[in-house]
Design a protein around this ligand. Structure first.
Ligand SMILES: [Zn+2]
Ligand SMILES: [Zn+2]
Length: 343
């Protein structure tokens, strides 16, 4: 194949366009991956809207990528042609102070697939072999793609929260991130897991996976406190209101994890919120490469199942992807759509 198809961002807020691209030759430590699944993330819609800033254009979007190795460079030994792989969405140098301390999300040379480099809305994507993680045979490839982003982020949040067995967890927001968070918290040994959302259908899905459903809104924190409070609270909505609730529900030594991107300030009082409980408020940025194999193993073992999250598939077609964008831009976080180039 000397050329391949990609659906690309060419102008802010203009429909994405199908283009034919020349097939690249992998460099010594690079791998060419045939994309089998690429998640359409809400972040992609933000990039298209130029929020917070437009990627360099033209650009192939897509940072939730899974596929099969098509070709490898001369010095690639980690993977072979035909392997099923997920692509970690940020490249990293492997030698800077952040990479060597397992914090590669802050790599000084990091590039982001589908933003600063071309991503997965394509038949083929070129990736450093260092970025590839092997997908166990029994894990659905579309699920693996989505795990590369939202599931990985909440996994990182739960690890950073130092959750220990038996601790209670409150999850604010039951979209893609929240549904993964409920399942992962359970798998990691949490006691009570409270799932908070305004929408009954989302609470019901979380309930099927072991969450105690809590009606979102002004009474949510009182309901969780009445039930005993939370050791760990994850704010996934991106609202200063739910961020405040995440602090409110904490027990002594509790940790409130800021994951959603709230643009308005959250107020707290040193004594009653932090000192008097020795509570913590922690920021969570992305995830790291070494977390992905662990996550895929959990999926392989059945600890996490995204069947209820990945609900729609579309072909690699500009019209279909543009329709998904319009839907996401209008309704916010909805069902998760995955591009399947083989459809
Ligand atoms: Zn994403
Ligand atoms: Zn680095």
């Amino acid at each position: 194949m000397t050329s391949f198809k990609a659906v690309r961002l060419v102008e802010k807020l203009e429909p994405l366009v199908s283009e034919t691209m020349p097939t690249p030759e992998p460099g010594p430590v690079e791998t060419l991956v045939r994309v089998e699944a690429a998640g359409i993330c809400h972040s992609d819609v933000h990039y298209w809207q130029g929020d917070p800033k437009l990627p360099p254009i033209p650009r192939t979007l897509g940072h939730e990528i899974a596929g099969v190795v098509e070709a490898v460079g001369d010095h690639v030994s980690e993977v072979s042609v035909g392997d099923r792989v997920g692509v970690h969405y940020q490249t990293s140098c492997g030698v800077c102070e952040f990479c060597v301390s397992d914090h590669d999300q802050f790599c000084v040379k990091g590039q982001m697939f589908g933003n600063t480099i071309d991503g997965g809305y394509a038949e083929l994507v070129l990736a450093p072999s260092r970025n590839l993680v092997s997908i166990p045979d029994n894990v659905d490839i579309a699920h693996a793609a989505v795990m590369m982003c939202s599931t990985a982020t909440v996994f990182h949040a739960l690890r950073r929260s130092r959750l220990t067995a038996g601790e209670s967890v409150a999850v604010f927001g039951l979209g893609g991130l929240g549904q993964s968070a409920v399942q992962l918290a359970r798998a990691m040994g949490a006691g009570e897991v409270y799932g908070v959302d305004l929408h009954e259908a989302k609470r019901e899905v979380a309930g099927r996976h072991g969450a105690i459903p809590i009606q979102g809104g002004p009474d949510a924190s009182a309901a969780i406190l009445d039930a005993g409070g939370a050791d760990v609270a994850l704010e996934l909505v991106g609202s200063h209101i739910t961020m405040r609730q995440a602090i409110d529900v904490l027990k002594p030594f509790g940790r409130a994890m800021a994951v959603g991107l709230a643009s308005q300030p959250t107020q707290f009082t040193s004594f009653s919120d932090l000192i008097g409980r020795e509570a913590e408020i922690l920021g969570v940025a992305d995830h790291v490469l070494t977390e992905l194999p662990e996550l895929l193993e959990m999926a392989s073992a059945g600890s996490i199942d995204l069947t209820d999250v990945v609900t729609s598939e579309v072909p690699l077609d500009d019209a279909a992807i543009n329709a998904t964008f319009a839907n996401l831009a209008e309704f916010g976080e909805g069902v998760r759509t995955v591009i399947r180039p083989d459809l």
